[in-house]
Write a protein that binds this ligand. Structure first.
Ligand SMILES: [Cu+2]
Length: 143
């Protein structure tokens, strides 16, 4: 599948930043003095990225912007009965599709760049772009 270079570059930068944070968190002096600490540290660092996805706090808003191949904010929180509106600000067409909460927007592009959906039942609903499945977002619906 075709991915624009800018998206790939952005992801590489994000991964690099995470790695840098991990290295920075390492104190430096203490773990070098004992074999055990070094082993534990290495183990934790190797497994952390795979087992703990970066937690994003859900933002209390009903408006999601699609920009630079991302849903912003990617995680939102609304009360049941709220209508959420997505607005595509990219020049690329995007869509909003979910199997958790049955919804499927038309392709959002040009002047037809908004889509709204009302969430009635509490729950946490994942969605993605139907054109670029790597674009993810969640809507947390509270009672
Ligand atoms: Cu898209």
């Amino acid at each position: 599948m075709f991915l624009p270079f800018s998206v790939r570059a952005g992801r590489a930068v994000a991964i690099g930043t995470l790695a840098a944070v991990g290295l920075t968190a390492c104190g430096g002096t203490t773990h070098a003095t004992t074999e055990g600490a070094t082993a534990d540290h290495a183990h934790a660092q190797a497994t952390a990225p795979a087992t703990t996805p970066v937690a994003q706090a859900a933002v209390a808003t009903s408006a999601v912007t699609i920009d630079n191949f991302s849903f912003i904010p990617a995680a939102i929180k609304v009360k049941a009965g709220t209508t959420v509106t997505w607005t595509n600000k990219d020049e690329e067409p995007h869509s909003v599709v979910s199997s958790d909460e049955p919804m499927r927007s038309p392709t959002l592009a040009g002047k037809a760049n908004t889509f709204s959906h009302t969430f009635t039942k509490p729950g946490r609903y994942a969605y993605n772009c139907g054109i670029h499945p790597f674009m993810h977002g969640t809507v947390e619906v509270t009672a």
